[in-house]
Design a protein around this ligand. Structure first.
Ligand code: ADP
Ligand code: ADP
Length: 234
């Protein structure tokens, strides 16, 4: 029951495909439903390209990607994303930032107008689960970096995505805040069982969080190592 499947996928930008040179090359992998994978590798190995391919923001030069049994053909609405730097809009409160995907992502807009109160309750619950109870009406600049990153994770989860894509979301945080956020993410994942793809430089983070770790090398970006992590789960 694989949810995400890459079947011999290669992708290059510009003229690279024509020259047979790719940013990522011959990627094959499967993520089972509810699975949590981490991709570790140096900068430039193709981690962002992998993310863009998974969410349909790029179409692969070669090979086939399916998510939930369907070939990916354009941006997927059922994914949530968080990035290295928090990307909250400064003129919106924390709550308004978290609700943003519901206002702009097509299949949710109609529902959001009808059930706004329900979604606000869900946002407040998410905020509480990441330790930000009471911060709904604060603006981003009133929060610390770590708190903004927690709010970004709430925003990525507000529409109950089937997959969560995390691009170095803990990279800019101090070690203490980072480990706190690891545990928050682990709890959310254990509770809600969405798929997670985490891109990181930090092998320790990958092993702590993911159930399967892939290591990529660069030029071209290839998976050179796969390891299933067999640690007891909470
Ligand atoms: P990472 O996220 O691991 O740093 P990227 O996926 O961003 O890696 O990049 C992989 C390779 O593809 C790099 O050699 C990079 O220069 C190239 N690349 C990425 N995006 C583009 C683009 N839009 N146009 C041309 N080359 C790109
Ligand atoms: P970080 O950016 O790693 O979260 P900070 O040193 O900025 O760390 O903040 C440490 C702690 O101080 C936060 O986890 C939070 O509990 C508290 N804090 C920081 N900024 C604020 C704020 N604007 N309002 C309330 N508490 C704050």
């Amino acid at each position: 029951d694989s949810f995400i499947k890459f079947d011999d996928v290669s992708h290059g930008y510009g003229d690279l495909p024509a020259q047979g040179k790719f940013a990522v090359e011959n990627i094959s992998l499967e993520v089972h439903t509810g699975g949590f994978i981490a991709i570790v590798g140096p900068s430039g190995c193709g981690k962002s390209t992998f993310m863009k391919l998974t969410t349909g923001l790029q179409k692969p030069s070669r090979g086939r990607i399916t998510v939930g049994g369907n070939e990916v053909n354009g941006p997927l609405s059922f994914s949530g994303m968080a990035f290295q730097a928090p990307t909250l809009l400064p003129w919106r409160t924390t709550l308004e930032n978290i609700l943003l995907p519901l206002e702009i992502v097509e299949p949710f807009r109609f529902d959001f107008r009808k059930k706004k109160d329900e979604y606000i309750q869900r946002a407040l619950k998410l905020l509480e689960s990441v330790g930000l109870k009471g911060y709904a009406d604060k603006f981003p600049w009133e929060l610390s970096g770590g708190m903004q990153q927690r709010a970004s994770i709430c925003r990525a989860l507000i529409h109950q995505p089937k997959m969560l894509l995390l691009d170095e979301p803990f990279g800019a945080l101090d070690a203490f805040t980072r480990e706190e956020l690891w545990n928050i993410l682990k709890d959310l994942w254990t509770e809600q069982q969405f798929n997670v793809i985490l891109v990181t430089h930090d092998l320790r983070e990958a092993v702590y969080l993911a159930d399967t770790v892939y290591v990529m090398s660069k030029s071209p970006g290839k998976i050179v190592f796969k390891r299933e992590i067999d640690l007891p789960r909470p």
